[in-house]
Design a protein around this ligand. Structure first.
Ligand SMILES: Cc1cc2nc3c(=O)[nH]c(=O)nc-3n(C[C@H](O)[C@H](O)[C@H](O)COP(=O)(O)O)c2cc1C
Length: 393
């Protein structure tokens, strides 16, 4: 399957994001050494490094109970707000589950966070797969596709309350009558409201994202798999007259040589925490694989894939800076606008990614733009710190 991204994709520099490590155990379910910490002080420093290294976004995951070994978790919206307070330019995306939150309460939170942060707060609406979190809280657990029906209503209401006076919505899951939130979000150029991201991979997820999301986030995917996702989202978006942007997750292992990078991957997998990975494999059967077509996140994941619980190895950002940059450009060709990254040792490796990989990506993006008869719009590149006095870490 091939898709042709709009011309603006090639003029616009890729955006880079990272997963906020707000849960314990790092981003791989392995006993390998991970110099990554889930507490706030570590994350505050990481966020500052990120915004000085060319990263524009950070994504805080929502987790309420242990899974994939993440025994301790910090709540996503509170953590995100604190990170916004500790940074100047970084946009922080907080993950939120419909069914746990009411869309009106979230709209109110988002407007307040938007005012406090000067327009840098965003949300990632996630439909969820960890049934025990819902049933343990005494909340209804909806069947897979019904969760996306609720999510679609949730996002329509969120956007309505952020942008309209006297908003009403009478749906299957929510009933909102003539409601006005005041104040409104900040009136900023280039946006109608704070950004609404959406994470999911299944057929229902793609269709929902196309109809209502500003940004579609996919889990780690092969190039072909990602193209399929983009095509699915785009088909639904075109029908709805919308133009969402596209994000992709990938776990980066960047080393001086390809064999060193591959050796690190082998060690991560060899030291996998087997019971935690197997427990996770059981729990994620509630995701897309529970549907009629059996497609979705983790549906075709091997044991090795699941060791990075967002399928980040599948994106294959593994090799030298040059190789990883080339791989990123291959994804840009099929429509990626934003790359969401994770690392074994977040502070050191994220800073190195900014220093060693991003300059190569930018040069390749310029070549790609010219190949498509245009120029890379360098006015849109994020500000970088002056590191002439020494490295950030
Ligand atoms: C980038 C990204 C971030 C996600 N973040 C969360 C999260 O923080 N909490 C959560 O419970 N699920 C999260 N999800 C999982 C989705 O909500 C959904 O349950 C998952 O994609 C499986 O469903 P699917 O097979 O329908 O895609 C995320 C998914 C993606 C792609």
């Amino acid at each position: 399957m091939t898709t042709t991204p709009p011309a603006s994709t090639f003029e616009t520099p890729l955006k880079f994001a990272y997963w906020v490590p707000n849960v314990s155990g790092g981003l791989v379910v392995s006993t390998i050494e991970q110099r990554t910490d889930w507490q706030f002080d570590y994350n505050k420093r990481l966020a500052r490094i990120a915004e000085q290294s060319g990263f524009e976004y950070a994504l805080t995951q929502a987790r309420y109970a242990a899974s994939y070994g993440a025994d301790k978790q910090h709540e996503a919206t509170a953590f995100s707000l604190a990170l916004l307070g500790a940074t100047e330019r970084l946009r922080i995306i907080a993950a939120v589950h419909p069914g746990m939150w009411h869309p009106g309460v979230l709209a109110k939170w988002l407007i307040t966070a938007d005012h406090i942060s000067g327009g840098r707060a965003a949300v990632n609406i996630v439909s969820g797969w960890l049934k025990d979190e819902f049933t343990g809280f005494g909340l209804p657990w909806l069947e897979h596709d019904e969760r996306y029906v609720r999510t679609e209503e949730f996002i329509r209401i969120l956007r309505g309350l952020l942008t309209e006076d006297g908003f009403s919505h009478h749906g299957t899951h929510y009933d909102i009558s003539d409601f006005t939130l005041s104040p409104r979000p900040l009136d900023l150029p280039g946006r109608a409201h704070p950004e609404i991201f959406f994470g999911g991979n299944s057929t229902a997820a793609q269709a929902t994202a196309g109809r209502v999301a500003d940004w579609y986030f996919s889990n780690g995917r092969s190039l072909d798999g990602y193209e399929e996702n983009v095509a699915g989202v785009r088909a639904a978006a075109e029908e709805a007259g919308r133009t969402p942007r596209f994000g992709l997750n990938g776990f980066a292992i960047v080393r001086d040589t390809r064999s060193e990078a591959e050796e690190t991957l082998r060690e991560i997998v060899a030291k996998a925490h087997r019971p935690a990975v197997e427990g996770f494999r059981e729990a994620v059967k509630e995701a897309g694989q529970s549907t009629a077509d059996g497609r979705g996140m983790w549906a075709d994941s091997s044991f090795e894939d699941l060791v990075q619980y967002n399928d980040g190895f599948k994106t294959q950002l593994i090799g030298t800076p040059e190789e990883v940059a080339a791989r990123i450009i291959a994804y840009k060709r099929v429509g990626v606008n934003l790359l969401l990254t994770a690392y074994l040792h977040f502070q050191e490796e994220l800073a190195a990614f900014g220093r060693e990989v991003l300059p190569i990506v930018r040069a390749k993006e310029q070549d790609l733009a010219r190949e498509h008869g245009t120029e890379l719009n360098t006015d849109l590149l994020p500000e970088l710190a002056d590191t002439s006095a020494g490295a950030l870490v």
